[in-house]
Design a protein around this ligand. Structure first.
Ligand SMILES: Nc1nc2c(ncn2[C@@H]2O[C@H](COP(=O)(O)OP(=O)(O)OP(=O)(O)O)[C@@H](O)[C@H]2O)c(=O)[nH]1
Length: 235
């Protein structure tokens, strides 16, 4: 697994420089950075996890280093603070992210390190809560969201324990990227939790894996007999 990690250095100082009436400006900058990155990375087949917003985790398998460097350059142009970046490699997304983070910590020059690594298949697991629309009507818009946040917190912990990284996508949707060897663990989770289903996509890059995962979810919805399905895109 290959992850391009970008960390915004000095972000704290930048936010404090904006004075008290700052939150709207911070949200504006964060969403504009994410829009640029999302447009650019999906064009070359990757996917960016905004996670904390003061940095970015980019699923980089199947993306040429030159394209990753172009995206880093664009982010550097619009970021309000210095951007440190490294590509990390690991057996699992967790390991790749830790290696990328340590590379940033150890980079004295602060210059990005875009080492070339082997491209693995990307495995995307798109989790979806059953009948979230009905639940929202029964509870309330916000209370249904709280239900998903509790589930997201529980799921992301379990998945991180076996090396996966999870991102909340809005509504009742969560995406986890895992190592292909831990597929059985994801299936076991879903088989033991009544309220969710998961579409799993395997592709040469994050975008194709996510398209496969969404297709798998739609196939589950078409018959409503299965709790999980796997779609493997042509490699
Ligand atoms: N991010 C994201 N949001 C989605 C996607 N599909 C639906 N949503 C949103 O997620 C929420 C729930 O949509 P669904 O999961 O289709 O609705 P549901 O009532 O749970 O229906 P079932 O999942 O078929 O049981 C709605 O706010 C949708 O707009 C998706 O692929 N990605």
């Amino acid at each position: 697994m290959k992850i391009l990690l970008m960390e915004f250095i000095g972000y704290k100082e930048w936010t404090e420089s904006l004075g008290y009436d700052r939150e709207w400006k911070i949200q504006d900058i964060q969403s504009s950075i994410y829009k640029v990155v999302n447009d650019e990375i999906s064009r070359v087949g990757g996917f960016a996890l905004p996670v904390r917003y003061d940095g970015l985790i980019i699923l980089a398998d199947g993306i040429p280093s030159g394209s990753l460097l172009e995206i880093y350059t664009k982010v550097k142009e619009i970021s309000p603070s210095k951007v440190s970046a490294c590509i990390g490699y690991g057996k699992t997304p967790r390991e790749a992210e830790i290696n990328a983070h340590n590379c940033i910590l150890n980079s004295l020059s602060g210059e990005p390190k875009f080492d070339t690594f082997y491209d693995d298949n990307v495995v995307a697991c798109h989790f979806d809560y059953n009948n979230f629309t009905l639940l929202t009507r029964e509870l309330s818009f916000y209370n249904a969201y709280m239900r998903i946040m509790r589930l997201y917190s529980k799921l992301s912990e379990i998945i991180y324990d076996f090396g996966g990284i999870t991102q909340y996508l809005g509504g009742d949707n969560m995406i986890a990227f895992i190592d292909e060897d831990t597929l059985d663990k994801i299936i076991k989770i879903v088989e033991n939790m009544d309220e969710i289903k998961v579409g799993i996509g395997i592709g040469k890059n994050a975008r194709s894996a996510m398209a496969g995962a969404t297709r798998a979810l739609d196939e589950i919805r078409s018959k409503r007999e299965d709790k999980w399905k796997i779609v493997k895109l042509s490699m």
